[in-house]
Design a protein around this ligand. Sequence first.
Ligand code: NAD
Length: 372
Amino acid sequence: MPVFDSRSFMDHENVSFFSDAKTGLKAIIAVHSTALGPATGGTRFWDYAAIHKSAPSDVAQTRGEQDAVYDVLRLSRGMSYKNAMAGLRLGGGKSVIIGNPKKLATDEFMQAFGRAVNTLGGAYYAAEDVGTSVPMLEAAATATPYVCGLDSGEHGTGDPSPHTALGVFTGIQASVRHKLGQNDLTGIKVAVQGVGHVGHALVNHLREAGAQVLIADIVDAHIEAVLADGPATVVAPDAIHAADCDVYAPCALGGTLNPKSLPEIQAKIIAGAANNQLETEGVEDEALRKRGILYAPDYVINAGGITAIETEVYKEPKNEAATRTKVLRIGDTLTRIFEASDKEGRPTGVIANEMAERIISAAKEAKLKAAE
Ligand code: NAD
């Protein structure tokens, strides 16, 4: 796999590989950019070889490790863009731990990971992601101060989901204003795919604002929890993306916008929390644009959670009011993207990437000048 010339590698400041024979730790930390501040992003713990299990074990391991490198590079660049577009004093980075968390994640193992993070001296701050949990990060935090998104400690910011949900809500309001010319959500039909931490809180905001809500989830208890708070129309999980609605809000998994799902979408707007909604950047967003469907770039609309974490990285006191103000800026940022997309006739995803790259380049240049 070519690394240095791949688009994912583009401009990474540092990629480090770690192993610890005693615990079996195998981890990669990618620092895409520290131009805006310490690179901050989640730690993904994933059994990358499992998907290749039909191959001989050495081949599965090699392919799994290649997938892990690709994943960490792609995700850390994504964090740079997300943090830049949210106007945060944070750069972008990500880490992956290779293996099955259920088999490996003892406190000792996570401490070994904490020591790996510590070697970067604060260039990278680790947070929760797929396969890791707050207790696992608390264990890592016994070996390094460079962990965030914790429940404990003087500056711990706790569960980011309510802030993510508020950001998605304000993003839906901005999208409806732009696309449908309506200043409130009264009577707007929103189909929410996945009512877990973010989706459930989002449904509550939408109901309060007078929207009609359709929901789907593969876990019945999550549906029941939403219905206990108020009314919603329940739709089958495999039909929610194709529901007759104004807004489709993917809040479950990535990759829901793909060549198969696209022709079935009836919504005029796609605006949801899930990461990596487009199967291929610049392809599905262009196809949506051509069909007149407004797409709110996922990493812009779902930045509420990382916005709440910023104070923790800087060891500043938690300030709910200031965080809320910053999260509510997501709507204005999206409006700027939508306007540029209309003017230039190019997909919103591409416009957002270019805006993020400009912010990061300007910060890099300013840093270089200051060092001269
Ligand atoms: P979660 O695990 O709490 O909720 C996801 C929900 O989706 C669950 O209820 C799950 O049962 C459901 N689900 C899974 N597969 C489904 C399917 N095929 N159809 C319908 N429902 C399905 O996760 P979350 O924290 O609410 O995050 C939701 C999404 O938003 C994820 O993609 C996550 O990466 C992204 N995100 C979350 C945050 C945050 O602050 N939690 C921040 C940024 C991005």
